[in-house]
Design a protein around this ligand. Structure first.
Ligand SMILES: *Cc1c(COP(=O)(O)O)cnc(C)c1O
Length: 326
């Protein structure tokens, strides 16, 4: 097998060109009261305001916009119970590419409806007995469609890296950057941008404590697989980091932190109460870790990527009702 060359910052710049006029340039917000409370300055890159509600539109659109005309005709296939499904469905709709999305039968009705609403063909599967990736790859082989995975793909991770690129373009050098972490697409792309635009910036990935596979992998120097973690951060329930993403994370990321579900809920409450924003549990990872590490970050300029805002309102209300821990 030929080793694919690792994607680099030029590929992130090319992705930014492709996304122009299609992805939102999301706002960078600040909270004065939080800065005073923590003794540092936080710059929030708000991908909860991205199209379809999460950064995943960037990677999905970048990948699909590189299809050849034969690939466009045959279509794209992806699997996801969450934001990648909607990212591929919306990107495919914009680019007039037929899309098939493999989703669990018990995915939330809102997510199934959103994916179908973008014109995608949804194929259901049983998440307890069937392997979504195998189904997606089977459909790809059978129908000549191109399979786009949720994170372990050069075009996907380079698209994701454009959010951090915009943050550095707007704010200049930062002392550290905290990034939500599942399979590592957002983190590896962000690290490529940080390395080029802010070489002194420490890059930290944040995953749920119950699913610290990347932290274990990072310390061991090789990928570690864990059982599917039980956490409210459903966008970070990946059992193992990607091969392409991990190669970049090993080289360019400084540390991996973990936070508990209780810390995520406190952070979700902060966003709702103080910044009037709906942020999904997975999107709360980055700030939860900054709050935890604040004593070590005094006086710093800190970037926080809010990865997404897609959470059922009933679920959101239910989580906020649980008692605060601080
Ligand atoms: C997918 C997702 C993540 C994790 O991204 P990876 O690229 O898999 O690390 C984090 N937050 C949200 C909202 C997501 O949808």
């Amino acid at each position: 097998m030929i080793e694919p060359t690792s994607p680099n910052f030029d590929d992130v710049l090319a992705a930014a060109q492709r996304l122009k006029g299609h992805a939102h340039r999301t706002p960078v917000l600040q909270s004065r009261s939080l800065n005073e409370r923590l003794g540092l300055q936080v710059f929030f890159k708000c991908e909860n305001f991205q199209r379809m509600g999460a950064f995943k539109f960037r990677g999905g659109f970048n990948a699909l916009s590189r299809f050849t005309s034969a690939q466009r005709q045959a279509g794209v296939v992806a699997y996801s119970s969450g934001n990648h499904a909607q990212a591929i469905a919306l990107s495919a709709q914009i680019l007039a590419i037929p899309a098939t999305i493999v989703m669990p039968h018990d995915a939330s009705p809102a997510k199934l409806a959103a994916t179908r609403g973008y014109g995608a063909n949804v194929v259901g599967y049983d998440r307890y007995s069937e392997d979504a990736m195998a189904i997606a790859q089977g459909l790809a082989t059978q129908h000549g469609m191109t399979f786009i995975p949720p994170f372990d793909h050069a075009d996907v991770l380079c698209g994701q890296g454009t959010a951090a690129l915009e943050l550095f373009e707007e704010m200049g050098e930062l002392d550290s950057l905290f990034v939500c972490l599942g399979g590592g697409g957002l983190l590896s792309g962000s690290a490529l941008s940080a390395h080029a635009k802010a070489p002194h910036c420490l890059v930290v990935g944040v995953e749920p404590e119950a699913g610290n596979d990347v932290q274990q992998s990072f310390r061991k120097g090789e990928r570690v697989r864990i059982a599917t973690p039980q956490t409210i951060a459903d966008g970070a329930q990946t059992p193992m980091v990607g091969a392409i993403t991990f190669e970049i994370i090993r080289r360019l990321v400084n540390d991996i932190h973990t936070v508990t579900d209780a810390q995520l809920i406190d952070t979700m409450r902060f966003y709702a109460e103080r910044m009037k924003m709906v942020v999904e549990p997975t999107g709360c990872l980055s700030l939860a870790a900054v709050i935890q590490a604040a004593p070590q970050l005094q006086g710093q300029r800190v970037g926080v990527i809010i990865s997404g805002g897609n959470v059922d309102l009933a679920r959101f209300a239910q989580l906020l009702e649980t008692a605060p821990t601080v």
